[in-house]
Design a protein around this ligand. Sequence first.
Ligand SMILES: *Cc1c(COP(=O)(O)O)cnc(C)c1O
Length: 412
Amino acid sequence: MTERFDGSFTQQEPIPEEGIAAALDVLRHGRLHRYNTVPGEAGETALLEEEFAAATGARYCLAVASGGQAITIALRAAGVKPGDPVLTNAFTLAPVPGAIAAVGGQPVLIETTPALTIDLDHLAECARATPEARVLLLSHMRGHICDMDRLMELCRDAGLAVIEDCAHTMGAAWNGTPSGRHGLMGCYSTQTYKHMNSGEGGLLVSDDAEAMARAVLMSGSYMLYERHRAAPPAEAFEPLRLDVPNMSARMDNLRAAILRPQLAGLGARCDAWNARYRCVEAGLRDLPGLSLIARPEAEAYVGSSFQFLLPDWDARAIGTLIQNCAARGVDLKWFGADRPVAFTSRYDHWRYAAPAPLPQTDRVLAGLIDMRLPLTFSLEDCALIARIIRSEVLSLQGSAAQPATDPAPQPG
Ligand SMILES: *Cc1c(COP(=O)(O)O)cnc(C)c1O
């Protein structure tokens, strides 16, 4: 019998009851705007910031309207000006080069390794070739973390400030340091498909008082920044308050109320993701023609999505595999498609970034398959998904060995 999977790859878990109750409280009192508080009330947004700062060990935290806004504000806070080059990963999601474009910067795209991380040799080369670049926007795309020790040393030597895009690494760490805590600023997303879900939303952390005071003012604090609980002291705002524009990108109390209980449960959810990740990984091990992504010892990852490579497969065979898996309910995404599909686009689709060809990234992306692992999947679901992919890969390899269209010459 042919097995089929009937779960949904886009169905996240419901909001915890505690979050629903807190959200109802906010709706009932009606003070949704973060600065609409009564005497003695902190407000859900300020409390979320305080709790997220504690969770990441950061001195300061700011909640904003989206992950993309967090990155845009971080770039400006780090001093990126129109026309400035900004180094960044070629393999990332479109809002990353989009944030660079939003501040008028020019993305300089860095090659991707088969481990799906930024190529540090190419980074060093581009840093030398672009000495006017002051910032690396490092995207831990799909949760893969590069050798952060080597990266930070390289960036120190090159005089590059590092902004981390942790949309897929909230809760992850490198050598015990939480993702987002290596560079000048760390940016997170709380959009529905990330590790905490408020529909849309973002968080920014830093230990740098001046950069964070800029960020708070830009997020739209007006002159109410003293109501924050995880912002720098008022003195840090004094020299900036009349110079930094208000870009209106605040988070509201409703979303913060939904997020606070999710933050309390983040560790347990990361463990649940990793159990699912390891289940799929075990089911796809030792499969000819399919390479798993190596996960270094120092990387404490969060397996909220799963990637594998089909090196040297031709595009037609990959298309057939995706179709065959889809017919059995397994939703795979491919980064090698000519045209952007749904959320999945590739660096050479971002025309505004004027991308030059990156042959190594092209090779990696041509065989890169991706799927989500929402926590609504059970471990049994994950084992089934791996069995389906496995059998479809094997059956295609079988047909490739004896192609129907090109039969071996028969004797006689
Ligand atoms: C989702 C995502 C973002 C942007 O987050 P939004 O909250 O959707 O703006 C940035 N980088 C990566 C890698 C992402 O996946």
